[in-house]
Design a protein around this ligand. Structure first.
Ligand SMILES: C[S@@+](CC[C@H](N)C(=O)[O-])C[C@H]1O[C@@H](n2cnc3c(N)ncnc32)[C@H](O)[C@@H]1O
Length: 213
């Protein structure tokens, strides 16, 4: 069997960053854009509108990667079983905790880290990540992130993302910007099917219809 293709543009990207403890470029950014004081980004808002239309039910679970101002949890937590969130910015975690939203837990955890599979014990119908590759440090950790996501997705579960967030990279490195075609290719590697839900909001979906592990 031939190996699934990689994204050609990644050829020049670092294979392994060797930062096994703190992978991802946002973990040592000195001046972080404080999203607590900002409106939800346009791309995040579009994903939330799609989520609204998909109408997650009372037995469903959501993982929000990059919680920012926690508005997603404020909007959806009362309608679903639980929302877990990830951030690498401590004030976001402290703010999320101060909201005391029932069923909402924010972990200080990198989506690229191997600790993910020890810390995340729930399985999700939806993983929301508007910045899929924006903070990627190397191919190894980008692929580890996708592996982490597949590991905790329920059968039929979806990763929702948006073109605007896929266009943005923290170091303005165009090699880490993703197109929809890239999503198709990278999805194939992990058994995920890419589809456009709107002009800019995309899903990577795990096949199946079951409801849990
Ligand atoms: C640009 S903010 C976006 C916030 C929100 N999603 C929005 O669009 O309004 C980036 C978010 O990604 C999170 N983040 C960055 N690198 C991460 C990583 N390696 N693991 C988990 N979260 C990360 C940050 O903590 C922050 O919450």
């Amino acid at each position: 069997m031939s190996a699934a293709p990689d994204i050609a543009r990644y050829d020049g990207c670092r294979e392994v960053c060797r930062r096994l403890e703190h992978p991802g470029l946002a973990t040592d950014v000195r001046r972080w854009i404080d999203h607590l004081g900002l409106e939800t980004t346009v791309d995040q808002a579009r994903i939330e509108d799609v989520l609204e239309a998909l109408a997650p039910g009372a037995d469903q679970c959501i993982l929000h990667v990059g919680v920012g101002n926690s508005k997603l949890a404020e909007r959806f937590a009362s309608r679903v079983a639980l929302i877990d969130g990830l951030t690498v910015w401590e004030p976001e975690q402290a703010y999320a905790r101060s909201l005391a939203i029932p069923g909402y837990t924010v972990h200080f955890l990198s989506k690229y880290a191997r600790e993910f599979v020890r810390t995340i014990t729930n399985c999700y119908n939806y993983i929301i990540d508007n910045n899929l590759a924006s903070f990627a440090c190397c191919k190894f950790h980008f692929h580890r992130m996708l592996d982490n996501y597949v590991w905790c997705l329920r059968p039929g579960g979806r990763i929702l993302t948006d073109q605007r967030g896929m266009d943005w990279t923290v170091e303005e490195d165009p090699r880490w910007a993703l197109t929809f075609d890239d999503l198709v290719v990278v999805g194939e590697r992990f058994g995920l099917r890419a589809a456009a839900i709107t002009d800019s909001v995309y899903e990577l979906r795990l096949p199946g219809t079951g409801r849990g592990r």
